[in-house]
Design a binder for this molecule. Structure first.
Ligand code: SF4
Length: 328
């Protein structure tokens, strides 16, 4: 008997795997990367899966994930996190993988009443219905609070060995982790940038200006963000690492700026830039060079030019910031 586990690398999904593994069920762990996942988590997910003794499959959700962030059928959580739509999409994908590998059911680490949006009983039922996995999702941590599923009814797994954990307190999970010697896991809800307030402001700006694409989202992880016009945005590096990452980008439709003969940030322009917007961009970049007058080189896919510019005053810069209280 084989099962597929939705696996975030968090404690709950690790425990769900342990509970079902103890019933001699073979498990494949399925982890999803979205454009908003914390990238540094990837290697750690692989390590945690190894420690649990399960094979791991990582799936990337790209354009279709952007669609649910743009138009979530069931709305957003506190920020721009469309948790219900996200769970439905992940479980739909899980169903495809389950069928492909001939697994008989799916397990998740969901705990009834733990998260405001996606883990109330009604939400769990909705997600189950919409994903096409009715009665085939086992939540080992809360199963005793839920209607028996097909694997339980058919005796593939023993319902008595499952748990009835409810709510946000994590005492029981911590105790189970101690018993099973699980030491490495991600903190709850860690790793999804959609729940981050500053990140959500940057996404709102892209959505409002029709610039919500995989390429512009990549840049949300870097730099200070400035809205120069409805169709032009500037991202200015904050440190050496970000400057280097920006210099490595080679996107046909972007403009790359950097100071010449002065120390200062690299910047990327996305959207439509006319000469007056280029002049605005170089004044902002010059501000971060700590000189009154700076030469800034900019290059597009077909030309390279240099402009001498004065630095913009801080109070003037404020008008263009996407995040108004962003530190300078
Ligand atoms: S927190 Fe992020 S990854 Fe988790 S369910 Fe919500 S939208 Fe999806």
């Amino acid at each position: 008997m084989k099962a597929l586990a939705l696996f975030s690398g968090g404690l709950d999904s690790s425990l769900a795997i342990k509970i079902i593994q103890a019933q001699k069920i073979q498990i494949l762990a399925l982890n999803f990367l979205t454009p908003f996942s914390a990238l540094e988590n990837r290697r750690k997910v692989e390590q945690i899966a190894r420690e649990l003794g399960v094979n791991l499959q990582i799936e990337f959700l790209g354009e279709e994930y952007l669609e649910i962030v743009k138009h979530p059928k069931y709305g957003y959580g506190k920020h721009l996190n469309p948790c219900l739509d996200c769970r439905i999409l992940m479980l739909k994908k899980a169903k495809e993988v389950m069928e492909k590998i001939n697994a008989s059911f799916v397990i998740t680490g969901e705990v009834v009443g733990q998260r405001p949006m996606s883990q109330y009983k009604s939400a769990l039922q909705l997600v189950e219905r919409e994903s096409g996995l009715k009665e085939l999702i086992v939540r080992p941590l809360s199963a005793k609070l839920l209607t028996p599923t097909i694997p339980e009814k058919n005796g593939w797994i023993d319902r008595n060995s499952l748990f009835g954990i409810y709510g946000r307190a994590r005492r029981e999970q911590i105790e189970l982790a101690r018993q099973w010697k699980i030491k490495h896991y991600f903190s709850p809800a860690g790793g999804c940038l959609l729940t981050d307030p500053a990140f959500s402001q940057k996404i709102s700006d892209l959505l409002a200006h029709n610039q919500f694409s995989l390429e512009s989202i990549e840049l949300l992880r870097l730099g200070r963000h400035f809205r120069l016009s409805p169709s032009a945005k500037l991202v200015v590096g904050r440190n050496k690492r970000e400057n280097e990452q920006m210099l490595q980008r080679k996107r046909e439709k972007e403009i790359y700026f950097r100071p010449v003969g002065a120390k200062g940030p690299v910047a990327v322009g996305q959207g439509e830039f006319n000469p007056s917007l280029i002049s605005l961009a170089v004044q902002i970049i010059a501000h971060y060079c700590n000189m009154d007058l700076v030469d800034i080189e900019y290059r597009t896919s077909d030309r390279k030019e240099k402009i001498r510019s004065r630095a913009m005053e801080e109070k003037e810069i404020e008008r263009f910031r996407v995040i108004k209280d962003e530190s300078i």
